[in-house]
Design a protein around this ligand. Structure first.
Ligand code: NDP
Length: 447
């Protein structure tokens, strides 16, 4: 294991060196030889499962069954699928929405920031105007509700299943587009992802072949990561708030707890949009079905399940329990935010806060004090607690609304596993030393 990791680390370093010297394609873009997700069959399974899960979650929680029992059947799914394709007005609204965000990407003011240095020595630039784009979009929706009432929002809630199918199709089409475009002829060698260049269609289609696909200066991966899906998450939640109001004549505390905490979470990620540029998604992953589907379809379809449930079920929480959920939400958010801030400030200000850290041969320093002295991924713990509080806000009437917590736990465990491998490859023995100082992954003294 040790020698395998060492050799991988050496080849990554060699790659960085050689790429700067303008070497041939095979040296700049090595073939992917190590497979994740159990390889080609594994990714096919994940793609089918992800697609089925978003559709099934809609089937078990919609206006017809009020999220109680399963009112669907296979034929229902097929009908729904074809209805989705024919639902041109939903498709039109979705195209209009994404186009609006593309326009805002180009015209909204915001600092232009540099990404990390790529293997070929290039540094790409990105606009950080996501927050302004979100605020403008929400203001347009609020203005429309003020002027015309909640009709359009209720329409979105009523047509939710068609939006699910539309975003699924959009993800497939976009993934196909970026996959085939990654073979285009270019004056400069295109930079491919080291994990999506196996030469096996389904595997590369899923993992993403090109690292930073761009269309007329629109960075497709960066755009998709935080805009259509995350802003869509807020809008769909607001649609279900409107639906609850239409159904019950009030907006419950439970609904307020869920939507307020999710809106804060989304706006927070847009306030810290710059931090996205150093995440694994931007620096390492190619853009393929995994990210396209996750960003465009999964987030607005699955993450809005709690609000959807509440729009058809007027859950009334006790005051005590509401306060408990509110406190858990705030605690989760603060752990998530302050731990991420501590790391960002440490890295970006070259340790202006005088934190305790570990020197490494790879060059980057590893924090071992404050939040990062407690556990190696304490930021994931805070994030998960915040998500749990949103599930708890739906009460205990239906286990379905806890789907998010279960899924998010698996996502974070898997992400932690991948990140630890990445860090082990990068830091080698220094990472072992770091793990012996910061012993726990998520919860101090427990795990
Ligand atoms: P992290 O922000 O935890 O970044 C991990 C990287 O940080 C490592 O690869 C390493 O990179 C560096 N690092 C690790 N330990 C230290 C240390 N002690 N000191 C300094 N740097 C260190 O991971 P993510 O990018 O996965 O997550 C960012 C946030 O996004 C998290 O809060 C997560 O919960 C959230 N998230 C939410 C998702 C959702 O669906 N809601 C999905 C995914 C993430 P380096 O090579 O620079 O050393």
């Amino acid at each position: 294991m040790g020698s395998k990791l060492e050799s991988r680390k050496r080849s990554t370093e060699a790659l960085k060196e050689t790429s700067k010297k303008g070497l041939k394609e095979s040296e700049l873009n090595p073939k992917t030889l190590e497979f994740e997700f159990f390889g080609n069959d594994g990714v096919k399974f994940v793609m089918v499962s992800m697609s089925l899960v978003v559709m099934l979650l809609e089937s078990v929680c919609n206006g017809e069954n009020k999220c109680v029992g399963f009112s669907g059947s296979f034929s229902y799914l097929v009908d729904w699928f074809s209805a989705g394709i024919l639902y041109l007005n939903v498709i039109g609204v979705y195209i209009g929405y994404v186009s609006w965000l593309v326009v805002l990407y180009f015209i909204c003011p915001g600092e232009t920031v540099k990404g990390t240095t790529l293997r070929n020595g290039d540094v790409l630039t990105y606009p950080t105007n996501g927050l302004l784009s979100a605020i403008l979009t929400i203001l347009v929706v609020i203005a429309d509700v003020y002027l015309n009432g909640i009709g359009k929002m209720v329409w979105v809630a009523d047509n939710f299943k068609h939006f699910v199918v539309t975003t699924l199709f959009a993800s497939v089409l976009l993934s196909l587009y970026v996959y085939f475009m990654s073979f285009r002829k270019s004056s400069k060698t295109l930079l491919l992802s080291t994990s999506g260049n196996s030469g096996i269609f389904w595997y590369d289609f899923f993992m993403g072949r090109e690292l930073n696909p761009r269309l007329f200066n629109l960075d497709i991966k960066y755009f998709c990561e935080l805009r259509p899906g995350l802003i869509g998450w807020i809008l769909v939640n607001l649609a279900f708030v409107a639906k609850q109001y239409q159904n019950f004549g009030e907006v419950s505390v439970s609904m307020l707890l869920v939507t307020a905490s999710q809106i804060v979470y989304v706006l927070d990620s847009l306030v810290f949009e710059k931090a996205l540029l150093t995440t694994m998604d931007i620096t390492t992953e190619g853009f393929g079905f995994m990210l396209a589907m996750g960003d465009l379809c999964w987030v607005p379809s699955v993450y809005t399940l709690q609000a959807r449930y509440l729009s058809y079920n007027n859950v009334q929480l006790s005051t005590f329990f509401s306060i408990f959920v509110g406190i858990l939400s705030v605690v989760g958010y603060l752990v998530f935010r302050f731990s991420n801030l501590q790391k960002n400030n440490f890295r970006n200000s070259n340790n202006a806060g005088n934190e305790k850290f570990l020197e490494t041969k790879a060059g980057s320093k590893l924090l071992i004090s404050g939040w990062w002295g407690l556990a190696r991924h304490i930021n994931y713990t805070g994030d998960w607690l915040l998500g749990l509080s949103q599930c708890l806000a739906t009460g205990f009437g239906n286990p379905l609304t806890y789907f998010f917590s279960m899924y998010f736990l698996i996502l974070l465990l898997h992400r932690n596993y991948r990140d630890e491998i990445k860090c082990h490859n990068k830091y080698g023995k220094d990472w072992d030393r770091y793990c012996s100082i910061v012993k726990y992954r998520f919860i101090p003294y427990i795990y």
